[in-house]
Ligand binder design. Structure first.
Ligand code: 2HA
Ligand code: ZN
Length: 275
């Protein structure tokens, strides 16, 4: 089967293009990964190469041993994925010990997976367990409004969750578990991967201060839609704070409790504090 005609590769490419068009992927910014189903692997196995060497992941993900991922390449531009998929994305296999990967397709001419490979794989490992294997997509982008807010709001899960929830009722419906925040750390490091994946046990979205956003989802639509919802709320909040720093009225904790009941959201009490 033509690998570029499979649904999972088409959806992968569409997501990179959608993100680029949102303005979230300047130059080589952002990265995307998809944990393949067995049926995906079997559908395209005939195109796999055995020529590429095993390389260190930079961390250990034993629960992902033997799994295959579609992933964007380091230094590659989201803008170019739709134009030259084989040069800008690839399929990697994880070894039995969970500490090495091998490129099996794509990433032509010696390309390598994203510099954020440790965070992607550690997030996948957490989500595979937490969501009973349902989550398959991890998406990292650089949306301007959410990044801007990390300069003016306290870097706490409680503050970001509550401020974004207040911007539109869609927010508590789309991310009722809240949103995690990581203070500034060196990108690409094992340390930021450890902190982020720990937050992914509780949340589906994690903000990296002064850098960007990571989202997890069952499929491309839910992961991308989560980022889109969060960035829309952040844009509204930036506008509100720019017009006047003190809101005249808002969605209150009481309103959120009503919403929680009506939509059976089970919103955690920790985010329903009085302000
Ligand atoms: O350049 O977004 O976090 C890719 C990135 C690194
Ligand atoms: Zn980034």
């Amino acid at each position: 089967m033509d690998i570029l005609k499979t649904d999972f590769i088409r959806d992968f490419i569409k997501t990179t293009d959608d993100g680029y068009k949102q303005g979230w992927h300047e130059r080589n910014g952002g990265n995307l990964s998809y944990r393949m189903k067995e049926s995906d692997v079997e559908a395209v196995r005939e195109h796999f190469t055995g020529d590429r060497p095993w390389m260190d992941i930079g961390t250990r993900v034993p629960d992902l041993a033997g799994e295959y991922f579609v992933i964007t390449g380091t230094g590659k531009y989201f803008r170019n994925v739709v134009l030259h998929p084989e040069a800008n994305i690839g399929i990697i296999e994880i070894n039995a010990a969970g500490d090495k990967y091998k490129v099996r397709w794509g990433l032509k001419d010696g390309g390598r997976p994203t510099s954020e490979l440790p965070t992607h794989l550690m997030n996948h490992e957490v989500k595979k367990k937490a969501a009973n294997g349902a989550h398959r997509v991890i998406y990292h982008c650089h949306p301007a409004n959410i990044i801007a807010l990390t300069f003016v709001l306290p870097l706490s899960d409680k503050v970001f969750t509550r401020e974004l929830w207040e911007m539109m009722p869609e927010c508590p419906v789309v991310f009722p578990e809240g949103i995690g925040v990581v203070e500034w750390m060196v990108p690409g490091s094992r340390e930021i991967a450890v902190v982020s994946s720990d937050l992914m046990k509780k949340y589906n979205a994690v903000i990296w201060a002064h850098h960007g956003l990571f989202c997890s989802g069952e499929d491309f639509d839910t992961a991308f839609g989560l980022a889109h919802t969060i960035e829309k709320a952040a844009e509204i909040l930036v506008k509100v704070l720019s017009i006047r720093p003190d809101k005249l009225q808002t969605i209150t904790s009481e309103n959120l409790r009503e919403l929680s009941k009506a939509f059976r959201l089970d919103l955690p009490e920790e985010f329903l504090y009085d302000k």
